[in-house]
Design a protein around this ligand. Structure first.
Ligand SMILES: O=C(O)CCC(=O)C(=O)O
Length: 275
């Protein structure tokens, strides 16, 4: 992470990273998402079920090791969590050297992965705005200390196709991680003053602090918006996936067996001796 990127991340709470993924990796991830979307849609209403503490009900796909909720319909989202277990093509994002350079610049101490979700957003869907306002909640906080930028949870979004504002761009209120008052505007991202859509190309990434006010503009197009979201934070943070919130990360034995020591170390549940 260079000095300009650090300055901008501190100033506005996010950066857009152009060409973070090579075209080859992008194409492979895109194909893996398409296959998993089809699998999840075919099994969405099957048992076993899990009702998350935050409300939504999930299908737990034991064979592929993921949780899925939502639906394929106008205005809806399909969420697939713990996608690592479902397909080894996602492994390129575990200890991805280009990503880790950024994470080490903004999370102090040993960082781990705490969140993994594929968001598939159909026509008419928006993601309600959330976050913003300085917080002392150690999970979401944004701080600047003697060590430099010192974040709780941060996320990297990987884009496998171009996304314009009309195609449901990820959106932010720049610098809202430093505001003091709670936001008076509700949670409609299309109407919120100060909200900015971040248009991207396939292969780009967006890194942001979870403390920043953010969401997703309405997808007004026929292109289904498909993105990969990976959360990082200090090592003590448990899963931040909705289905497994604050539980140990759900990584199957088969997945662990595929990974090297550096990849395993990025998960709270492995190796426990590092905690
Ligand atoms: O991309 C979106 O639609 C919203 C994503 C989001 O809220 C997140 O990654 O925390």
């Amino acid at each position: 992470m260079n000095d300009i990127e650090k300055y901008e991340f501190d100033r506005v709470g996010y950066i857009v990273i152009r060409n973070l993924l090579t075209p080859r990796k992008t194409a492979s991830l895109s194909a893996a998402i398409d296959e998993l979307e089809a699998h999840a849609l075919a099994h969405l209403h099957d048992p076993p079920r899990k009702v998350a503490a935050w409300g939504p009900e999930y299908h737990h796909d034991v064979a592929r090791g993921y949780y899925a909720s939502g639906e394929k319909a106008e205005g809806k989202t399909l969420m697939i969590e713990d996608f690592w277990n479902a397909d080894p093509r996602f492994d390129v994002l575990v200890n991805h050297p280009e990503t880790m350079k950024y994470i080490r610049g903004i999370v102090q101490g040993r960082a781990t992965i705490n969140n993994s979700e594929i968001r598939i957003r159909y026509r008419g869907n928006a993601t309600g705005t959330h976050g913003g306002t300085r917080t002392s909640d150690r999970k979401y906080r944004y701080e600047f200390t003697a060590k430099g930028i010192d974040c709780g949870m941060v996320r990297m979004i990987y884009f496998v196709h171009d996304v314009s504002n009309d195609q449901g761009a990820f959106c932010v209120v720049p610098a809202s991680h430093k505001t003091n008052l709670s936001c008076p505007y509700g949670n409609n991202p299309d109407d919120e003053p100060g909200m900015v859509g971040l248009e991207v190309k396939a292969g780009d990434g967006i890194l942001f602090t979870e403390n920043l006010r953010h969401g997703g503009l309405t997808n007004r197009s026929d292109q289904v918006r498909k993105t990969l979201h990976v959360g990082y934070g200090p090592f003590w943070m448990m899963s931040q996936n909705i289905a497994t919130m604050d539980e140990p990360q759900y990584i199957t034995e088969t997945t662990l067996a595929r990974w090297d020591v550096g990849q395993r170390a990025l998960f709270q549940a492995w190796p426990r001796t590092l905690e």
